[in-house]
Design a protein around this ligand. Sequence first.
Ligand SMILES: C[S@@+](CC[C@H](N)C(=O)[O-])C[C@H]1O[C@@H](n2cnc3c(N)ncnc32)[C@H](O)[C@@H]1O
Length: 277
Amino acid sequence: MTCAPKEPGWKVNRSGPEAYEQYIVPAWMDEWAKALVAVAKLQPGQRVLDVACGTGVVARKAAIGLGGSGNVSGLDSDPGMIRVAKQYAEKEHAPFIDWQCGDALRLPFPDEQVDVVLCQQGLQFFPDKQAALREMSRVLVRGGRLAISVWRGLDRSPFLAVLSEVLGRYLGPEISQLFQATCSLPRREDLRHLLKAAGFNHIHIRLESKVARHPSFLPFLHGYISVFPFAARIAALPETDQAGMFGDITTALGAFMDDDGLAVPMESHLLTACKPI
Ligand SMILES: C[S@@+](CC[C@H](N)C(=O)[O-])C[C@H]1O[C@@H](n2cnc3c(N)ncnc32)[C@H](O)[C@@H]1O
C-alpha cells in the first residue's frame, strides 16, 4: 500500500494585490486613508498625486472628495497593485484616476504640476527616503501640500509584532525583517528631520491610533498572509506546521479579540508639510 503525502491544509487562493484590497484595505487602510485625505485639506480643482498608491484606496477617496473636479494620479512600482487599483476604481465608480506604474524615486511627472502629494505607508519602504521626498517636492507647485502617513514601531503594533516573531520562527529571520521594515520609521524627530532636509516647511506631525477590525480572525489572518510572496512557502509547509503556526499567532493575539472579532490597535504618524513659496 502506498501512502500519498497529505495535502497541506491552507493554500494561497488569490493574488497578493487582490488579497490586499480584500482584507487589509477594509480592516486597516480605509480608515487611515480617510484620516490622511482629511489632513490634506483638498480643495476643488486641485491636482493630486498618490505616491505608492497600492490598490488605490487613498487615490479613490481623494477623487471622490474632489467630486470629479481637478485630477488624481496614483503611482506604484508594483504592476499587480496598479492592475487591481484600476479594477476597484471602476467597480466603486470613482471619478477618473490616472494610474501609473513607476518608481517614487523617479516620479514620471514634470516639475511643479501637482497641488497635493499623498503617500500612505510608503515612505518607510523607499530605499532612499530623502530622494523620494525631494521628488515629491519637485513635482509640487510652490506652496503645494504634502500629506504622508508612517506606522510607529513594532512595539506599538501587536499584530505585526506577533507575525514578525511567529513567522520568523517558522520561516526564517528574513521574514521578520519584512515586518521590521514596515515599522522602520517610528520616531517623530527622524521624520521631521527627513522633511526639513528635503526642503519642506510648516511641518506638522500628528500621532493617531486606530483599531483594525475584522469579524473573524482566521479568515483575516489567512487573507493577510496571502498578500505576501512568502505565502507560497507557508502553503508548502506540512499541515501540522501550518496548524502550529496559525495556532501560535491566534494564541498570541488572544488579548485582541472581542465579541466582534479581531480588534487590534495600530499607531501611525500623520505628517503634513508645504513646499516653500
Ligand atoms: C503598505 S503598501 C501601501 C499602499 C497604499 N498606499 C495603501 O495605503 O493601501 C506600500 C506600497 O508601496 C509600494 N512601493 C514600495 N516601493 C516603492 C517605490 N520605490 N516606488 C513606488 N511604490 C513603491 C508597494 O508596491 C506597495 O504598494
